[in-house]
Write a new protein. Structure first.
Lengths: 250, 253, 238
């Protein structure tokens, strides 16, 4: 498994997401049903939908955490999510509503641990640079348990950016954040969005719409709408969204 | 009603008849021989060794219930062997599930486990009666009894684990993994009386009288029929349940 | 701009182990709870044996009692070690990184083994002083005792880590671990107790029994760790 090399660069013309006939079922229950869409690199995709529509399942499949059912063809950054999962993991990151950090380690120890997992040698400079970017240099040696929610989330962002992922998944990143922390997160995402691809799952319709370049609505595991924001009719979108969310409630 | 279901019901009836038949054959046609702690100059069934002197009760009570030892054999052994077989089938389905991730294998594995568990409990009850009749104690921690007891606990654990997992697919995966690990105990329990000196009789090692073998085989076939019937009936029930779920899903959509 | 990458499973294993040890040294959560629990078990033993009188030979049951204390104590720590990963969703971050799943298993299992050994360093001498110091029996060499405990601990940590990965995702974590763990390690406990008792009583020809039992225990360890290695991918991703 050992490989000493710089991480392969992803060619510009490779599709960030190439999802074809993605189905995820267990018995008769289909979490995802024939989902098909494509997304180029350096775009921001927001996935909307009611609870139980399959948003999280879709995200987990794209992030190699869950396997799709047979017959699905899912390629992320040119890697098959099943066959090339190991190689793909070097290119993706996740920011979730959970911080995904060890509360009993310091900020630096957390980052160093993840640097070791990704085999990054000489990570010191990178760690300092990232802590600086998320304005946590002064808390470098403090235990994460003592951090506020916003600080934890910023450190979580630093952890995600550490291995320089090309594609970042955002799983309800704003839940539990106060407006100030949300703004900081927005600013950080804004600063890197022209070089990264983002895929976000969110209930926050306004923020999701504002950030995204593409919007996707899921309902009952099916794609109801997939549009470029440029061509998106905002009223139609809102109507569709309300309709699908209404479905989830009944 | 599906063809398979009809066959299952017919097999259930035939199985019940065969086991009953075997039981009466054991009374009327099989040669009754001495068992347990009876005087050893009586002719002994070669299929059963006597308990060694160390196992004999020392309080002077003679346990002489040859009829129970004799008759329970035709129930206890076929049930026990069926339980090993069905558990093995459950493990095979568990492996198939892990490889294919298809829910139908999980359902089959789980139902086979349920069926096997029914047989394990029946084996335990008859075994304890036999132990009492033959060795004068209700329970003895000897290799076969111990490994079989552990197997029963592992099966209970299997159902407990499944029921404590919320997510259906995760429950299936944990169940399959645990079923495979637990299954290791089945062949161990089966061969252990042949490996370690044990009080438990080893059937077929020293041969059996034809008059005794015939009812035994009839009982064994009957037991397997009942096992198969229970399994098919439960699978049918589950698939009906699944169809209802599917219809509900369609209604909602 | 980009740093050198050198992904090696061994470095990842070391990172996971190092992280667990740093965390434990900082919080001392597992060691204190396991240590105190072991002490409580010893007190219970005293109560249980208080009416036994002087006639019975403590050497005959010492091996079993000692292993029992270790088993109960270990279950406490095994659950804690996986709860750490689950709490803040760290396991997800771990699974998202390019780590082979068995590496996670070995990292966690070796960490648990180390904590288990540390707790034993505390309770074994204590056990000796409380129950065995008046004993007249000339026991076998102490390293044989330590080796038997080590072989037992390897199996306990391996099987326990594997099962705790499942039980941490269930309702009623502790009970679920116990009901899976105890019947599965049963054969190991049986042979390790036989080996321990052989050393403690040191009857004539005890080395023969000891090595036979130890070989059986080692065989169990190898088989179970191989099974865990093969199946870990399924349970950690489920």
């Amino acid at each position: 498994m050992a490989s000493t090399e710089n991480k392969d660069r992803i060619a510009e013309d490779v599709l960030a997401l190439d999802v074809a006939h993605l189905t995820r079922k267990f018995g008769v229950r289909k979490a995802l049903d024939d989902v098909t869409f494509q997304l180029e690199q350096h775009r921001f995709l927001s996935i909307f939908g009611p609870n139980g529509a399959g948003k999280t399942t879709l995200l987990r499949i794209l992030a190699t955490l869950t396997a799709p059912s047979q017959g699905s063809d899912v390629t992320v950054l040119g890697f098959d999510v099943v066959k090339d999962a190991f190689a793909l993991r070097e290119h993706i990151g996740l920011i979730s509503h959970n911080p995904l950090l060890y509360p009993d380690l310091t900020a630096e120890e957390n980052l160093r641990f993840f640097a070791q997992l990704y085999g990054i040698t000489g990570a010191d400079a990178r760690i300092d640079e990232l802590l600086d970017a998320v304005e946590l240099t002064h808390r470098k040696l403090d235990i994460v348990r003592t951090f506020s929610r916003g600080m934890t989330q910023r450190l979580s962002l630093a952890r995600t950016l550490l291995p320089r992922p090309e594609l970042i998944f955002l799983d309800e990143p704003y839940s539990g954040l106060d407006p100030h922390a949300s703004d900081i997160l927005d600013a950080l995402i804004d600063g890197i969005r022209d070089k990264h691809t983002f895929v976000m799952v969110s209930h926050d319709l306004e923020r999701g719409l504002e950030l995204c370049s593409h919007a996707l609505i899921l309902a009952r595991g099916k794609v109801v709408l997939f549009e470029d924001k440029e061509t998106l009719d905002s009223d139609l979108f809102r109507a569709t969204y309300r309709e699908t969310v209404g479905l989830g409630v009944s | 009603m599906s063809k398979q279901l009809k066959i299952a019901i017919i097999l259930m009836v035939i199985g019940a008849l065969l086991t009953t038949l075997a039981f009466f054959m054991a009374f009327y046609t099989a040669r009754v021989q001495g068992f347990g702690t009876v005087v050893s100059d009586q002719p002994l069934d070669t299929a059963f060794a006597l308990a060694p002197p160390s196992m004999q009760p020392t309080d002077g009570i003679a346990y002489e219930r040859p009829w129970l030892s004799q008759k329970i054999f035709y129930f206890h052994v076929p049930v026990a062997e069926a339980s090993f077989l069905i558990f093995t089938i459950a493990a095979i389905f568990a492996l198939l599930f892990l490889l294919r991730k298809d829910k139908k294998y999980d359902t089959r594995s789980r139902i086979a486990m349920e069926t096997a568990f029914v047989f394990v409990v029946a084996t335990m009850i008859t075994g304890v009666l036999w132990t009492r009749a033959s060795w004068g104690v209700w329970w003895d921690w000897e290799p076969r009894l111990t490994t079989y007891f552990i197997m029963m606990i592992l099966m209970i654990a299997y159902f407990v684990v499944r029921n404590s997992v919320g997510d259906e697919e995760r429950a299936a995966t944990y169940g399959a993994v645990f079923c495979l690990i637990a299954w290791v105990d089945a062949p161990l329990s089966f061969i252990i009386t042949r490996l370690i000196p044990s009080n438990h009789p080893v059937v077929f090692q020293s041969g059996m009288d034809t008059t005794n073998l015939i009812p035994f085989i009839i009982a064994q076939i009957g037991m397997l029929m009942i096992g198969y019937a229970i399994y098919v009936l439960r699978v049918t029930e589950e698939s009906m349940h699944e169809r209802i779920e599917l219809l509900k899903e369609r209604l909602e959509a | 701009m980009s740093e050198k990458r050198n992904i090696s499973s061994f470095d990842q294993f070391r990172a996971i182990l190092h992280k667990d040890i740093v965390m434990e040294l900082r919080t001392k959560e597992m060691l204190t709870s396991m240590g105190l629990y072991a002490l409580l078990v010893l007190i219970i033993y005293y109560v249980a044996l208080s009416q036994a009188g002087s006639a019975f030979e403590v050497e005959r049951i010492a091996g079993g009692l000692l292993l029992l204390a270790i088993v109960f104590t270990s279950m406490l720590g095994l659950n804690r070690s996986l709860v750490h990963e689950k709490d803040q969703g760290c396991l997800e971050a771990l699974l998202l990184s390019p780590v082979d799943r068995p590496v996670i298993f070995f990292g966690k299992a070796v960490g648990n083994l180390i904590f288990l050994i540390l707790v034993q360093i505390l309770i074994v001498p204590l056990f000796y002083f409380i129950f065995m110091s008046g004993s007249q029996v000339q026991s076998g060499p102490w390293w044989m005792l330590a080796l038997a405990l080590l072989v037992g601990s390897i199996g306990i940590a391996g099987v326990g880590t594997f099962l705790a990965t499942m039980s941490v995702n269930t309702t009623g974590t502790d009970f679920i671990l116990a009901i899976m763990f105890i019947p599965l390690v049963f054969p190991l406990l049986l042979v390790v107790v036989a080996a321990l008792t052989a050393v403690i009583t040191a009857d004539a020809g005890y080395t023969q029994v000891y090595w036979t039992m130890l070989a059986a225990a080692a065989g169990y360890d190898v088989i179970m760790i191989a099974v865990a290695f093969a199946l870990y991918e399924f349970i950690i991703g489920a």
